[in-house]
Every structure is written in C-alpha cells, then in structure tokens.
Ligand binder design. Structure first.
Ligand code: NAD
Length: 301
C-alpha cells in the first residue's frame, strides 16, 4: 500500500484563500485589516528570502505590511525602541523580528520586548506559558507546530487516544508540538512521548507511533522498519544534502531531504508528508493565521 501524501502546498492554498476571504469580510464590517511588521536587521541572504516570502504572502491575503529593514550596526537600544514604537502602533497586530540577529544584539532581550499580544511567532515566554496551559489561554501557537497540527487534522487522522511520538525537543518544534498534542480538545487528546539524543532505544518508541512527528535535522534518521504500518508520518526535517540545477530557472538550488527515508516509508505509512512541499509551506501560512487572530482578539470577534 502506498501512503496518502499530505501536501503542505495544497493545504497552504486552501488556508490562504480562507484567510483572504475573512480579511475582506472584516474590512467590510469593521474597516480594519491585520497589520504585520517584519523587522530585518542586516543582509543575511537566507533571512532576506524568508522575509520576502512573508511579505509577499501578507500582501496576497490583504494585510497591511510594513517592511522595516535596519542596518547590521543598529544598537540594541535602538532596536528595542523600534519594537516599542510598533508595540504602541494601533495599526500593527503582529511584530516579527527575523532571526538570527547580529552577535552584538541579545536575541532573547529583543524577543521578550515584543508585546505578547502582538507576538505572532509565539516565542515570548508569556505565549509559551499560555500554550502550556492550553484551551482558551492559547493565543498564538508557534507557527511550525501549528502547521503540523493543522495538517494532521485536515488529513482526517484521528488524534484522540493516538500514540504520538515526537523526535526532537527543540523550543520551536519538538516541545511545543508535544505540548499541543497532549492537550484535551479536538486535533489533540493524544498520548505523547518525546524522544531525543538522550533516548536509549529510539527505534522501539517510533515503532509504537500512530502519529510520528520527526524534527531532528538528521537526514534519513528514521528507518523504514521503525514505522508502524498505516501510521501518519510528519517529517519536519529540512536537510541540504547537495545542489542541483533547477529545471525551471536554470539556477543552482539545494537538494533537500527530510529526516525520514521517504521512498521506503511511503510504502509502509498510511499518511506521509513530503520534503520539500510538506511542513515547510505551512509555517508562513500559520504566521498569517496568527496575525489575523491578533486583529480578531483586538476587535473581540
Ligand atoms: P534543533 O537542532 O533545535 O533540534 C533538534 C532536536 O532533535 C534536538 O532536540 C535533538 O535532541 C534531537 N535529535 C537530533 N539528533 C537526534 C538523534 N540522532 N536522535 C534523537 N534525537 C535527535 O532543530 P529544530 O529547530 O527543531 O529543527 C529540526 C529540523 O526541522 C531541522 O531539519 C529544521 O531545518 C527543520 N525545521 C523545519 C521547519 C519548517 O519546515 N517550516 C521549521 C523549523 C525546523
């Protein structure tokens, strides 16, 4: 049996259409659109390409978008003042500081200066705490885990009572998705195990998983024999394993592989996400979702 592919590219299109329609509706009824500011410090090429994509997507769904590019020499105090300015700007619902920041700036201090009610990345300790409490307390689930949960739900995979195994315990993927899947409520209510570099028998845990979420950053870490037949496999890993010439543009592009041996796994799993085109496209989509939510919280709708 070949697994059903959960395509992030298709789910993204659907969600962005839903967001666009909702933004138009709110604009008509309340005269407001979500406002997102992206702050980019310096000229890191990867950061520029991420920010460009975020801006393009924000425009597509009808948001007000401010791109605030700052010199790499900006003083930490000036960056803090800039964040304070946007914290106080009524037209801004989401503040995003593109990481990494130059070495002379304390990233933690900057992220913690963002108003938690405009922290659409969901990295502020207040939002991490809200996520841990769960239920109505949650305002902005971090974007990659939110995308993972959305994919599982939209694929129609049962989560209630499922054995979920998460490989990886990072603050941006492993820990938050584990926390989200164990909450009581729809799209969760699972029994969750988190495995990591300190785990004795990785294979034994993975083999039990009805839903296996892998975010380790190790190409091909999960072997086909670790996958339970018929299970749902979410491969978050994005690993550059070489380069090739793009057929579309003729330019050099990276060859990307996930953390799962995809070609073998697709013959065993019931559902699987590809790399690329799986979890990747969901992250920016959920950033848009969080920014829209932020305006809705403010309007009380
Ligand atoms: P990280 O390096 O911060 O964390 C990796 C985790 O995996 C660690 O907790 C570590 O304990 C665990 N791990 C590593 N090697 C292991 C091994 N051999 N056995 C067991 N556990 C192991 O990484 P991250 O930021 O969580 O990202 C993980 C992967 O997901 C990366 O490939 C990253 O590029 C990708 N990623 C993709 C998206 C996206 O598609 N939108 C977003 C974030 C991260």
């Amino acid at each position: 049996m070949t697994a059903t592919l959960i395509k992030g590219t298709e789910i993204r299109e659907k969600i962005l259409e839903e967001i666009t329609a909702e933004v138009a509706d709110i604009k008509e009824k309340h005269g407001k659109v979500p406002g997102l500011v992206t702050i980019l410090v310096g000229e890191n090429p990867a950061s520029i390409s991420y920010v460009t994509l975020k801006i393009k997507t924000a425009h597509r769904v009808g948001f007000k978008e401010i791109q605030d590019n700052q010199s790499p020499d900006i003083a930490e105090s000036d960056l803090l003042a800039l964040i304070e300015k946007y914290n106080n700007d009524e037209s801004i619902n989401g503040i995003l500081v593109q990481l990494p920041l130059p070495k002379h700036i304390d990233e933690k201090k900057i992220l913690n200066a963002i108003d938690p009610d405009k922290d659409v990345d969901g990295f502020h300790p207040v939002n991490v705490g809200r996520l841990m409490i769960g239920g109505n307390e949650v305002k902005f689930p971090p974007c990659t885990p939110a995308g993972i949960q959305e994919m599982i739900v939209r694929a129609g995979v049962e989560t209630k009572g499922a054995e979920v195994v998460v490989v990886g315990r990072s603050n941006i993927v492993g820990k938050p998705i584990a926390n989200m899947m164990l909450q009581k409520g729809p799209g969760a209510n699972a029994t969750v195990t988190v495995v990591h570099t300190g785990t004795k028998d990785l294979a034994a845990h993975c083999k039990r998983a009805d839903i296996l979420i892998v975010a380790a950053g190790v190409p091909g870490l999960v072997k086909p024999e670790w996958i339970k037949p018929g299970s749902c496999v979410i491969d978050v890993g994005v690993n550059r394993v070489g380069e090739k010439i793009s057929e579309k543009t003729g330019k050099k592009i990276a060859i990307l592989r996930g953390d799962v041996d995809f070609d073998a796994a697709i013959e065993i799993a019931g559902f699987i996400t590809p790399v690329p085109g799986g979890v990747g496209p969901m992250t920016i989509t959920m950033l848009m979702q969080n920014t829209l939510k932020s305006l809705k919280y403010k309007l009380g709708i």
